[in-house]
Each structure stands twice: as structure tokens, then as C-alpha cells.
Design a protein around this ligand. Sequence first.
Ligand code: EPS
Length: 381
Amino acid sequence: LRFMTAGESHGPCLTAILEGLPAGLKLDLESINKDLARRQQGYGRGGRMKIEKDKVNVLSGVRFNETIGGPITLQVVNRDFQNWGERMAAFGEPAGEKVTAARPGHADFTGIRKYDRTDVRDILERSSARETTMRVAVGAVCKEFLKALGITVVSQVTCIGGVKVDPAKVDRAKLGTDISDLNCYDAEAEAQMKEKIKAARKEGDTLGGIFEVTVRGLPAGLGSHIQWDRRLDGKLAGALMSIQAIKGVEIGAGFDCAILPGSQIHDEMFLDEAGKVYRRTNRAGGLEGGMTNGEELVVKAAMKPIPTLMQPLHSVDIASHEEVLACKERSDTCAVSAASVVGEAMTAFVIAQAICDKFGSDAMVDLKAALAAYKARIGKE
Ligand code: EPS
């Protein structure tokens, strides 16, 4: 299973091609559009989200509500292109002012030198997190695939600008029910997060945070200890780190594993009355030896504050070679809740890929039979 995305933030449209899903998977447009809308929501988003109403067009790979095995082409039209047609034209005379003041923390400065461009717009149009629209569309299809196998992917925001949720107040059974503006399940913390965002916006500043993705219903044994590039934790970390602005990933207890002794980290095993193995803790986050172990999979990602500040940082103009203030583009104050939806998508893709690798991916009926036989053999469910 693989996918690619294409498209610029203010170009005519964004596209993704997802290849390798089995034929015979039932799909509906609404489940994809629902996730696209979830990604657009969230307190702290900027003016662009008032323009866009992301809806997917499915251009190949699906016929009469079912996948047919071919590459699935997904497209989302950028409404804002109406305002950018001349400045983003594929051919013709250049139009619009060049952007030359690079933003610290953005791809701008290295991008223009690496790709030999003179307008930072040539870089920022593609490095923009607008691209994550297509990751979410792809992820929504992967989530439907996983749902058909009894696997669900949910997320929550656990920290924004230093305000942390109290895990004791989070009803984990409610994760995925979309009860809040910030995808946060501790109402008190969420109210404080909103205040922080409001204050940051007033000061022309931006905020980062942390989100957590949980996957339920996984079979044990996805991924492998056999080779470095088959370890599922490595693939998940890579996929999450590839999301714009992510600077850290933790699996289970993550960095706390470096502090606590083994007796407080490893999840002891017990036998229940029926003779089944169970655990009382899940500090491993559902992964041991690079493989799922049948527990909930729990991964976290840390997002840095968005580099476009309305109170710009000190920088250098690449055309005049003078010290200036960084450029100001319309942007978001905080997009951690949007990133949490992207995190679900990337996680869903990696899990879907591991399932296709292990159980074959020509036809849903064969895949389901292989999964059922495997589960019967290893004795879970
Ligand atoms: C982004 C800048 C803003 C964000 C954008 C990411 O867009 P614009 O420059 O059009 O105001 O809104 O995010 C999205 C468009 C999106 O769909 O998430 C950036 O520079 O990364």
C-alpha cells in the first residue's frame, strides 16, 4: 500500500493517489468528507478555513460504492484558487510580488537555495500544511478499510501551549466522539487552551502542542522484529514525524521509559480465569519488538508553533541580503487539533499497509479469511 500527494496550497486543486487496497471494500463519500471537515475545524485556525469547504472527488479506483483494486485518485479543489489564478498560473508572465523575507522555522530559506528559486512562494506553496488535506482523505479511506476489519483509529489533543489535560479526567471511551472544538476530552483544560490561543493571537504569536492517537481492535503481530525496516514502531514514528511541524514522537510511555526503572515500565502478564494472557498496564503503547502485541496502540506527537507570526521574527531578505522582519502571510495561531486528525490519517495508513503486507491485498474476501484464520491460530478472539 502506498500513496503520493500533489498540489500547491493556492493552486487549482490537491490530489492523492492511493494504490494497493483490496477490491471489494465498501466506501462512501461522506466518511471521507467528514474527516476533511474535522481537519478544518479547531479554535485558532486562520482566515483560509473560512474560504475552503473541503470536499473530495473520487476520480478512479471506485465503482458503484466499492473499490475495484485500481489506484484510487482523490481530489480536493482549492476554492481560494479563484483569488490566486494569476499568481499561481502554470504558464504565462510572472504576476504578483515575490516573497523574499524567509520565515525562521519554515522551509523557506533552505528551500530557495536547494531548488534554485528566487521567490519563497515556490517553496511555501508546497511545504504548506494545506497538503495534509490529502493525507486526511487517504487516511479516511484507510480508516474505512480498518473499520471493515473491526479496527478503529481515534485521537485527542493532550497539550496546547503548555496547558496539559489531566489524563484522569479523560473518559477514553469517548475518544472519537468529536465532543469538543479542540479535540480535547478534558473540558477544563480545553477552556484554558482556548484562553492561551486567544492571548497568543492578540500578541501575533503562535502555539504548538501534543496529540495522541489510539488504535483499537488490532491483531497482535503486525510489523516484525526480523529486520529494522519492518519494525512497526519505526514506520509509525516516520509517518508521524513526516507531518508538517512535528518535532517529536513517543510510543506508549515514550521518553518516560528513559527515567523509570524496568519494574515500572514493562507491562507484566497475567492469566485470567479462562487461561488467557492479559496485562494491567500498557506502557509499551501496544508495541513490543517492533510488533503490535494486541493491546491498544498509543502514539503521541509534538507539534512546534506555526512559523508564520503576525509579530514577525528577525530574519534576512534573500534578494537584498539585508536584515529584515520575516514575511507575514495570513496563517493560523494554532493548528494542533487539525494535526491530530492528520495524525489519525498517517497512523491509519501505516496500520492498513501492515495489514495488506501480512494478509494479502487483492480482494477483501480473501484478506478477511486470512485474518480470521490467523486470529484463530494465535488464539485472540
Ligand atoms: C499555511 C498557511 C495558511 C493555513 C494553511 C497552512 O494558509 P493561507 O496561507 O492560505 O492562509 O491556513 O493551512 C491550510 C490551508 C489547511 O488547509 O490546513 C502554511 O503556510 O503552512
